[in-house]
Design a protein around this ligand. Structure first.
Ligand code: NAP
Length: 266
C-alpha cells in the first residue's frame, strides 16, 4: 500500500508566496514532488517556480474569490491526479478593543475560514478521483494553536482558527469513508512576514524552514495532527485544562499587561 509522499506526488498549495507556505513548497520540491502554487502575488509565485520549472506551476488566485478559483481549476486538472491539497493561505489581524471594529473579524474569518472552504470547491472533486483509484488522497488544513487559549486582541484570528479546526475535524469524519485523509496543522509562533508585524514577545518562535520540515515530516509519517513546537503547544494544552475561572483571570491579566507595555512604548 502506498504511503503519503512515498513517491513523486502532485500537490496544490495555497499561500505559497511567502512564509510557511513558501518554505513548505521549497521542502516538497526538494524532495522531488510536483506543485501547483497559489497566492495573489504572481511575481512571487513565478520567482518560486524558477527552483524547478518543469515540476512547478504558478496559479495565482485570491482564495476568497470563487470565480478566481474556478479559473485556476483547469490548470489543477491539467497537472495530473491530485494527491494532496495544502490549504495554508491565511491572515492574522488583531483587534484593538478600545476601537472595536467588526471588520477585523470579517477579514480573519473571510480569509481563513471562507477562503479555505472555497478552495475545497476545486480540491475535493480532484482528491475524490485520486482516492477512487486507491491512491492516498490528503487534504491538509493549516490552522493554528493560538485559539487554544483566549489571548487578548486575537478575537478575530482565534475565532477563525477555532472554526477552521472544527471544519477540518468534521470533514475528517465525513471523508473517512471515501479514503480521504484530513490533516490539521497547528503551529505555534513561526517567523514569517505575518509575525514580523507583531509588537509583542513570541515565545518559542521557530523559523519557517524549521516549521516546513516539521510539517513535511509529519505528513510523510502519516500524522493527522501536526502541532509544534511541543514546548509551546503542551503549555497551551496544560493551560487549557485549567478551570475556566483561572483561565479567565490569567487571560485578563495578560491582556492588561500587554496594554500597559503598548502604552509605555507609545
Ligand atoms: N506565522 C505563524 O506564527 C503562524 C502560526 C500559526 C498559524 N499560521 C498560519 O500559517 C499560514 C501561513 O501564514 P504565514 O505566517 O506564512 O503568513 P504569510 O507569510 O503572511 O503568508 C500568508 C500567505 O497566504 C497568502 N494569502 C493571504 N490571503 C490570501 C488570499 N486571500 N488569497 C490567496 N492567498 C492569500 C499570501 O499570499 P499573497 O499575499 O500573495 O496573496 C501568503 O502566501 C496562515 O494560515 C497562518 O494563519 C501562522
Amino acid at each position: 500500500m502506498n504511503r503519503r509522499l512515498d513517491s513523486a506526488s502532485n500537490i496544490w498549495i495555497t499561500g505559497a508566496s511567502s512564509g510557511i507556505g513558501e518554505a513548505v513548497t521549497r521542502e516538497l520540491v526538494q524532495q522531488g514532488h510536483r506543485l501547483v502554487i497559489t497566492g495573489r502575488r504572481r511575481d512571487a509565485l513565478d520567482q518560486l517556480c524558477t527552483h524547478a520549472p518543469d515540476r512547478m506551476k504558478a496559479a495565482p488566485a485570491d482564495t476568497t474569490d470563487r470565480e478566481a478559483l474556478q479559473a485556476i481549476s483547469a490548470e489543477l486538472e491539467a497537472f495530473g491526479n491530485l494527491d494532496m491539497a495544502i490549504l495554508n493561505a491565511g491572515t492574522c489581524e488583531y483587534l484593538e478593543i478600545a476601537e472595536y471594529d467588526s471588520s477585523i473579524i470579517d477579514h480573519n474569518v473571510t480569509t481563513n475560514v471562507v477562503g479555505t472552504a472555497r478552495c475545497l470547491d476545486i480540491a475535493l472533486p480532484a482528491l475524490r478521483r485520486t482516492a477512487r483509484q486507491g491512491r492516498p488522497a490528503t487534504l491538509v488544513i493549516v490552522s493554528s494553536s493560538a485559539w487554544w487559549f483566549p489571548f487578548g486582541r486575537a478575537e478575530g484570528y482565534g475565532a477563525s482558527k477555532a472554526a477552521l479546526t472544527y471544519f477540518a475535524h468534521a470533514l475528517r469524519a465525513d471523508l473517512a469513508a471515501e479514503g480521504i485523509d484530513v490533516v490539521v496543522v497547528s503551529p505555534g509562533f513561526v517567523k514569517t512576514p505575518l509575525t514580523d508585524r507583531n509588537d509583542f514577545p513570541m515565545p518559542f518562535l521557530v523559523s519557517a524552514d524549521d516549521a516546513a520540515q516539521r510539517i513535511v515530516s509529519g505528513l510523510r509519517n502519516g500524522k493527522r495532527e501536526i502541532a509544534f513546537p511541543k514546548r509551546f503547544t503542551w503549555t497551551l494544552r496544560l493551560l487549557g485544562a485549567l478551570p475556566q475561572v483561572i483561565i479567565d483571570r490569567m487571560a485578563a491579566s495578560m491582556s492588561r499587561q500587554s496594554r500597559k507595555e503598548q502604552e509605555s512604548s507609545e
